[in-house]
Every structure is written in C-alpha cells, then in structure tokens.
Write a protein that binds this ligand. Structure first.
Ligand code: MRU
Length: 354
C-alpha cells in the first residue's frame, strides 16, 4: 500500500455543504479566481452542473445528491415513499443536466433507494446518504491511487487528459490520484498534461491542481501527444472515465480515444481509473452511450472573444468512446481489470443486468 500523506492533498474541495446550501467552486473561473457560488435549490444545482461550474463525473454525482437534499426542503411528506414521488420531478431535472457521465444517474438511484426504506426521518436519511456518497468517493480514490500506482514501473513518465483530480471528485482524484500516489512513491518521474481543448480542463485545472501539491507537470498541446509518445518520455497514459460499459468500452473527455490509438501504436500502456459508480453494467457497449454535444461557441471563441471568422460552423462533441481493446487496465476501488472485455468485467462487477 502507498505510504502517502493524504492530508497534503486535501486542500481543494469543489463541493461544500454548509448545512443549508451547497457551495460550488466555480471551475469556469479557475485558475485565476477561486470563487464559490452558493446553490440553495435543486434547480440551481442542475444549472451549475449544466454550466460546468461543477464538473467531472464523480463530482456531478455528489452535487446531484446534495441537490436532492435541497429539493426535499420544498416537499411535504410523511414517509420516504411519499417523498420519493414528490421529489421525482426535481430528480429528473438534475439527471437531465448532463447526459454522458453515469455517476449522475447512479447517485440519484442511491437517493431513491434509501427513500424507499425511509420513514418520517426521510430528510435526515437523504442527508446521510449524500454525505456517504461523498465520503465513499474519497475513500475509493485513495484505494485506486495505490492500486493504479502499483502498475507503474519506477522512473516512468505519464500523460493525462482532462481534469480528474480533487476538482472532479470528493478529493484526491481518480487518474490524478494515481499520479499523486505514483509521484509520492517515486514511480512516476515525469507528468505531462494535455490542454484538453476546447474547455481546457488540462491547462486551466490539472496543471494548477498539481502545482498546489508541488508536483511538476508539463503542459502539452493536445496535438503534441503522439510526438511525445514517440520520444519515449511516457510509458503510461492515465485517464478517468465518465461511463464504463459492460464490455469495458469507456466514455471520457473528447480526445481520449485518439490518445488510446496513439498509445497502442507507440507501445505506451493505457490505464482508465474510475470508481465503480462510473461502471454501467446496464449498457452493453460504447455504441449505446449518449455523447454530450455542447455549444459550438466553445470552439469559436476563447474566453468570450471570437477567434474564428463569422459564418463558420463547428461541431463540439465533448466525450468520445475508447474501445476496450485499446485499454490495458481499468482501475476501480474493487480491483484492477486487466485487458477488459465482457467476461473480465462480469467477474469484477457481476452480470450485465439489462
Ligand atoms: O466535461 P467534464 O469536464 O465534466 O469532463 C470530465 C472528464 O471527462 C473526466 O475525465 C471524467 O469525468 C472523470 S473525472 C474523475
């Protein structure tokens, strides 16, 4: 196990429950402004998820769970089942905020589940479950950090994509957690982060987050990834996930698929790190995943300033699917699935249920 000082990585928290509101670190403004916005209704939480004020698959699940707690304040019900019926519109609104990351639907399913069994203390039950979802995510990240780092040979270089750190989770991170653990154990000697156009999660969030921990990281243009791999500087690509299907196909930030193709070509290993809340055994393969498309304005402008000639069309899918054949290891808190396929996924996560 990693002998790692986790407290050192506990400085950034994207989500804070104050007791009567949810404070969300506005990730649109990082790295230059650290500002929390307060959401006091479930609609405000749904809007914040949609606007990427809070982002990253586990973090949006946690935020949605707290959104249900906020929605409960406007509901009069004698027991959990009654509350469940009355809370359903708010839950559906939260679920519709973003379509690709399954953690959102997963967290809402957990909230529904506890309501089924709750009596007149159903509001307290909801609060407890939201807190559980958050603390379990942090614990999962610590476990995945140790397991993922153990796969990496000492002295290796890694490339990561998007932001999978404390900002995207309850803390520590998934792929970034593996990188933190790997650096602490001196397995990882070099960290590269792709800028992750068009929203620049890598450039604005990941390298800033690592800088807070004193971990050196080198930013590259997304288009430099193959050139980097060819140079021999990286031995692993380590990424997170928004949805992992029953056959191991994995949706993650746009650009992940081309990194996996380039990695295979260059003999670089490819690791996906995600909690089991990201595993969707009800979806057979990546072909069935809804890929979110966002406003083309994200491509046509930079920080509000138009950079492309008027009249130009743009297409902006923000996730892609990496086929399982290109993945060397999926790391979850339940264990590592090497060379994932339907069989090895079933062994780890149980039978496909739809
Ligand atoms: O659009 P985003 O920023 O929410 O996309 C985030 C990603 O794709 C992450 O890689 C994924 O959610 C895993 S975060 C631990």
């Amino acid at each position: 196990m990693t002998d790692i000082d986790y407290a050192r990585y506990d400085r950034i928290r994207p989500i804070r429950w104050t007791g009567d509101a949810l404070e969300l670190l506005d990730q649109r403004k990082l790295p230059f402004q650290t500002e929390y916005v307060s959401a006091s209704t479930s609609d405000a939480v749904a809007d914040a998820i949609h606007a990427l004020i809070v982002r990253g698959a586990p973090a949006i699940g946690i935020a949605a769970a707290w959104g249900v707690v906020l929605a409960a304040r406007d509901v009069d019900a004698d027991n959990g089942v009654d509350a469940l019926i009355k809370l359903e519109p708010a839950m559906q609104h939260l679920n519709a905020a973003r379509p690709t990351a399954v953690n959102l639907a997963w967290a809402l399913a957990r909230m529904r589940e506890v309501l089924h069994r709750a009596g007149d203390d159903w509001r307290e039950v909801l609060k407890r479950e939201a807190r559980n979802i958050e603390t379990e995510d942090l614990a999962a990240n610590h476990e995945m950090g140790a397991m993922g780092a153990a796969l990496i040979a000492p002295g290796s270089g890694v490339l990561t994509h998007c932001n999978t750190g404390s900002l995207a989770t309850a803390g520590f991170g998934t792929a970034l957690g593996v990188i933190r653990a790997g650096v602490a154990e001196e397995r990882i000697a070099r960290v590269f982060a792709g800028e992750t156009r068009p929203w620049n999660q890598g450039a604005r969030l990941t390298v800033w987050e690592l800088q807070q921990d004193g971990i050196d990281a080198t930013l590259i243009a997304d288009a430099a990834a193959s050139h980097l791999m060819k140079s021999g500087a990286v031995q692993w690509v380590v990424v997170g996930a928004d949805r992992i299907c029953a056959n191991g196909d994995t949706a993650n930030k746009i650009g992940t698929y081309q990194l996996a193709i380039a990695a295979r070509h260059h003999g670089v290993k490819f690791m996906v790190v995600a909690p089991s809340s990201t595993v969707d055994m009800a979806t057979a393969s990546g072909d069935q995943i809804e890929i979110e498309e966002r406003d083309p304005a994200e491509l046509l402008s930079h920080r509000g300033e138009r950079t492309v000639a008027e009249g130009i069309a743009a297409w902006n899918p923000v996730f892609d699917v990496t086929p399982h054949e290109l993945i060397d290891a999926i790391v979850t808190e339940r264990g590592v699935v090497e060379r994932p396929d339907s069989m090895s996924m079933q062994v780890m996560f149980g039978p496909r249920f739809a």
